[in-house]
Design a protein around this ligand. Structure first.
Ligand SMILES: Nc1nc2c(c(=O)[nH]1)N[C@H]1C(S)=C(S)[C@@H](COP(=O)(O)O)O[C@H]1N2
Ligand SMILES: [Mo]
Length: 542
């Protein structure tokens, strides 16, 4: 029994060593070819939309951590089984490890941008894993062979194997070396047993070192912090101060880069060097063009305050953020390439082949669509698309905000499908107007008297936020006070001073856009074109 546990831990350790090796090698060759990430990404891509929606609702941004956690758990169960099998028949255990890696390798090779070198991390994962298992097995079998208890009860034998807590042998040795050393040091009495412990320690340390080296190498490759952005040729007007500090607990007028929500299909943070990066415009164009990062820095840059929203945001949800973006006008780039007459979509592709499609007419109707390289005065953070991403005001991120973008293909919806289009999300998805209550929270207990209700609201490309109204207990809609405006594509803070009376109270808020649209009460789920309805919840006033 104990022996089986030991071999299970051999399987786990060998697998961790293999994964760390593969991850490290991938960080040198191509971070996306890491077998661990490849399996995770494949699982994300294959998860049906309703399940993804459910996971996002249940776990929020932890959805992927939970997903990868479950995948890891599954892998480790197989790893333990491989270890146990290896005890009786090494080839069987090693074979199972190789099968596990083969699955990961297949996942790595089925990525759209996969190249033959992407097999290398998987191959080395298998080699390192099998080698580690072989070493552990050999060391342990040597320990058993020299153990005096061999041939007697198997249980006693297993006691002679290393114990995680370093428990000492109770059976005294009959062998000459053992008899000798027994008198001096119990532990040294079993050099081979110690060998197993050392082997395990060495391998665990190797896995840890390789795992962190992979991360370190990635971070050193190219750093957004080292980039100095030029000033905009067309700068944004100074943003007013907003209600920050005046209304307790409402969202800041500007979302800091570190607080900005992140939504994408990735498990890792891509490490792309701005020096290697290029953006190609192809498809239905007069001249196919390729721009380097320096090319973009040398062009006229615009600076705009824009509120981004994710289609997966439910009413009152967290997937919305507001920042100052710096970039090259999309129209300028398209003009250089010369767009033909056949296309109706811009199919943008990220560095790894993930695609997003944007309706061409909307992206080129005069709104401030751009290829952004700056966010709140800094180069884009890696999480948000370094070195460049697309930003189109008024469209949900999944049809417009391609991060790590490397290609814009002018094509048609008939000819090419993007990632979410294939998963039945809408292709034409303007952001729905919405008000969010930041304070108080649902089910809060409040003291009777003045309570400040506050939040943010947005109506990008719909004339901006014109009015916010608050309703208590289904009564009449009351006007709220508005914070200053940051432009029609930017959210607006608001608050309402409420004279709260004791009892159970329902609080609700809605926005009315500059175009005269009132936020609908009709509830819709995020899938397929964005959530709608009015945020409304209970609080207790005492
Ligand atoms: N390459 C790539 N770009 C992407 C995505 C993605 O999965 N991959 N997700 C999109 C979605 S759904 C949204 S809402 C925005 C989110 O951008 P953020 O993470 O910077 O907030 O990025 C968009 N761009
Ligand atoms: Mo999104």
């Amino acid at each position: 029994m104990q022996k089986r546990l030991l071999y299970a831990s051999f399987g786990l350790l060998a697998t961790l060593v293999g994964m760390a090796t593969g991850h490290l090698v991938a960080s040198l060759l191509n971070p996306a070819a890491s077998p661990v990430l490849a399996v995770g990404s494949a699982v994300i891509d294959l998860t049906p939309t309703p399940m993804k929606e459910w996971a996002i609702r249940q776990f929020g941004t932890a959805d992927k951590a939970i997903l990868i956690g479950s995948v890891m758990l599954g892998v480790l169960v197989f790893a333990a089984i491989a270890g146990i099998l290896a005890r009786r028949r090494f080839a069987l255990g090693a074979g199972l490890l190789v099968v596990l890696v083969a699955v990961a390798g297949t996942a790595a090779m089925s990525r759209p941008a996969a190249e033959i070198v992407d097999l290398v991390p998987s191959i080395l994962t298998a080699v390192a894993g099998v080698a580690a298992l072989w070493w552990l097995d050999r060391t342990a079998k040597a320990a058993v062979a020299t153990s005096p208890a061999v041939g007697s009860a198997p249980d006693t034998t297993s006691k002679r194997l290393p114990h995680p807590m370093g428990e000492r042998d109770t059976v005294s040795s009959e062998g000459p070396q053992h008899a000798l050393s027994d008198k001096t040091d119990q532990k040294a009495s079993s050099p081979t047993r110690r060998g197993v412990l050392i082997a395990m320690g060495v391998l665990a340390a190797a896995a840890a070192v390789m795992g962190s080296a992979g991360k370190l190498i990635g971070n050193l490759r190219s750093r957004p912090e080292d980039i100095t952005l030029p000033a905009a040729a067309d700068p944004a007007a100074a943003l007013p101060k907003g209600l920050d500090g005046q209304v307790k607990d409402i969202s800041s007028f500007v979302t800091s880069n570190s607080d900005f929500y992140r939504v994408d299909t990735r498990l890792d943070t891509p490490i792309i060097s701005a020096d290697d990066w290029t953006l190609t415009i192809d498809g239905d164009v007069d001249n196919e063009m390729t721009f380097t990062f320096d090319d973009l820095l040398g062009m006229d840059l615009i600076e705009r305050d824009i509120t981004m929203t994710c289609v997966s945001n439910s009413v009152g949800g967290p997937y919305v953020g507001s920042a100052r973006w710096l970039g090259v006008r999309l129209q300028d780039l398209l003009d250089l390439a010369g767009v033909g007459s056949k296309s109706d979509q811009i199919l943008s592709t990220d560095f790894e082949g993930m695609t997003i499609s944007t309706p061409l007419d909307l992206a080129t109707d005069g709104r401030d669509a751009m290829i952004a390289i700056g966010m709140n005065g800094e180069a884009l953070p890696r999480e948000h698309g370094f070195p460049a991403r697309m930003i189109v005001p008024g469209l949900y991120g999944f049809i417009s905000a391609t991060k790590w973008v490397t290609k814009l293909t002018l094509t048609t919806y008939d000819d090419a499908q993007a990632y979410w289009t294939e998963r039945d999300w809408d292709t034409d998805a303007p952001i729905k107007i919405s008000a969010r209550i930041d304070t108080p929270n649902a089910l809060d207990s409040l003291k009777a008297g003045e309570v400040v209700i506050g939040g943010v609201a947005w109506a990008q490309q719909k004339g901006g936020v014109d009015k916010i109204e608050v309703r208590i207990d289904g009564g009449p809609w009351q006007p709220a006070e508005l914070g200053p405006t940051g432009g029609d594509d930017y959210w607006r803070q608001w608050f309402y001073k409420w004279d709260a009376k004791a009892g159970s109270r329902t609080v609700a808020a809605r926005v009315i856009s500059g175009d005269g649209e009132t936020q609908t009460a009709t509830a819709a789920n995020p899938f397929p074109g964005g959530s709608s309805g009015i945020q409304s919840f209970l609080v207790t006033v005492e």
